[in-house]
Design a protein around this ligand. Structure first.
Ligand SMILES: NC(=O)c1ccc[n+]([C@@H]2O[C@H](COP(=O)([O-])OP(=O)(O)OC[C@H]3O[C@@H](n4cnc5c(N)ncnc54)[C@H](O)[C@@H]3O)[C@@H](O)[C@H]2O)c1
Ligand SMILES: [Zn+2]
Length: 339
């Protein structure tokens, strides 16, 4: 087992690799701890929850809403949870987001930690301290930035993760490789999803590498003024597509990454588009799709990263080196409509 401590502006996070629920007993007293999970994770791993107070929520993004937060708060009150209580989110990104949010507001803040169980939560949602809920069609509209006290990594939970969720999570891994880590990109090119699914050590190392990439980016820029924006690679178009079409997040950002590569070629001489497309397709992610470009542009215009007539867009200088460039909305519209 390996422990790393990341210090952020207001708190530190202990990250334990190669551990799991059994190790949780060393960090959190079951008497004062409440686990929050969803039905899928609970049913696949019921035995691991034995001896812990557990709140089991319905699974899915549709439940990442205030009504669920209210229900969790009411249950915590019934359980007589107080300021000494520790909340631990055991699940995918929906569960880590809800847990972090409830822990931030219940009695003005409890200690909390995560045991992420999806690839996406392991490499992305659990790391960085953003947590929030959706309001109507607006994703992550309400939330806080608050770092978890600890994150425990247990790769054995992945045994029950469906194939499509593996693919979904690998989109964020490919994103990290594109913006920060050319060597990891080469490894992804050389290997396959099947390889990572079957080799515990390989996926453990890959996850660890991704956690470090995200944690370091966030550490440098917790409140998203500079480097953290790189993590939005593929997400500007991706988010717009997600609101209009039935796509998984990973699929939407894959198309977004391909378009960002295309823009990078036009704006800053990026020449490695085909390698990015090949890797996305190798991991069963869509690189292209036909969609209503004008309609999607109209959504994209509303993006948080837009400043009047310009938008900050994450582009690649080369594989492993992302950068933020401003592009005029007119230019962006032209390039998207012609893509
Ligand atoms: N806070 C952040 O910085 C951040 C970053 C990225 C994403 N997110 C959020 O994360 C969410 C997406 O995360 P996700 O893809 O993990 O979604 P999710 O939590 O809905 O999990 C996906 C599906 O996999 C199931 N699952 C998870 N682990 C499993 C396991 N080990 N075995 C069997 N089934 C399992 C879940 O029940 C669910 O059905 C979104 O709400 C997104 O907004 C947050
Ligand atoms: Zn994402």
């Amino acid at each position: 087992m390996e422990k790393r401590i990341f210090r952020f502006s207001a708190a530190s996070t202990e990250i334990h690799f190669g551990s799991g629920i059994s190790h949780l007993r060393k960090i959190a007293d079951p008497k004062f701890t409440v686990l929050i999970t969803d039905e899928n994770v609970y049913h696949a791993h019921t035995r691991r929850f034995r001896g812990w107070n557990t709140i089991v929520l319905k699974a899915g993004e549709a439940y990442k809403v205030q009504a669920t937060v209210d229900a969790v708060v009411e249950t915590l009150i019934e359980m007589e949870a107080d300021r000494k209580t520790i909340l631990v989110g055991v699940g995918g990104g929906v569960i880590t987001d809800i847990t972090g949010y409830v822990a931030s507001v219940y009695m003005r803040g409890l200690r909390f930690g995560f045991i992420p169980t999806s690839i996406l939560a392991m490499v992305d949602a659990a790391v960085g301290g953003k947590n929030g809920i959706d309001v109507g069609e607006y994703k992550n509209m309400v939330g806080t930035i608050r770092q978890p006290a600890f994150i425990l990594y247990d790769m054995t939970v992945l045994n029950s993760l469906p194939q499509v969720e593996w693919e979904n999570g690998f989109a964020e891994i490919i994103k990290h490789a594109c913006i920060k880590d050319a060597a990891m990109f080469n490894a992804l090119e050389a290997n396959t999803l099947k390889y990572y699914r079957s080799k515990r050590r390989a996926i453990e190392e890959l996850v660890q590498r991704n956690v470090l990439i995200k944690a370091k980016v966030v550490q440098k820029d917790e409140f998203e003024k500079g480097d953290r924006r790189l993590l939005n690679f593929g997400h500007t178009l991706g988010h717009a597509l997600e609101t209009q079409y039935e796509l998984l997040h990973g699929q939407a950002i894959s198309i977004g990454m391909t378009f960002a590569c295309h823009l990078s070629a036009k704006q800053c001489g990026f020449t490695q588009n085909q390698r990015v497309v090949n890797v996305l397709e190798k991991y069963n992610l869509p690189a292209y799709a036909s969609f209503n470009k004008q309609k999607v542009f109209d959504i994209l215009k509303m993006d948080k990263k837009r400043e009047r007539k310009e938008m900050n867009y994450v582009l690649l200088e080369k594989i492993g080196k992302g950068m933020v460039k401003t592009i005029s909305m007119n230019d962006l519209q032209k390039k998207l409509l012609l893509w």
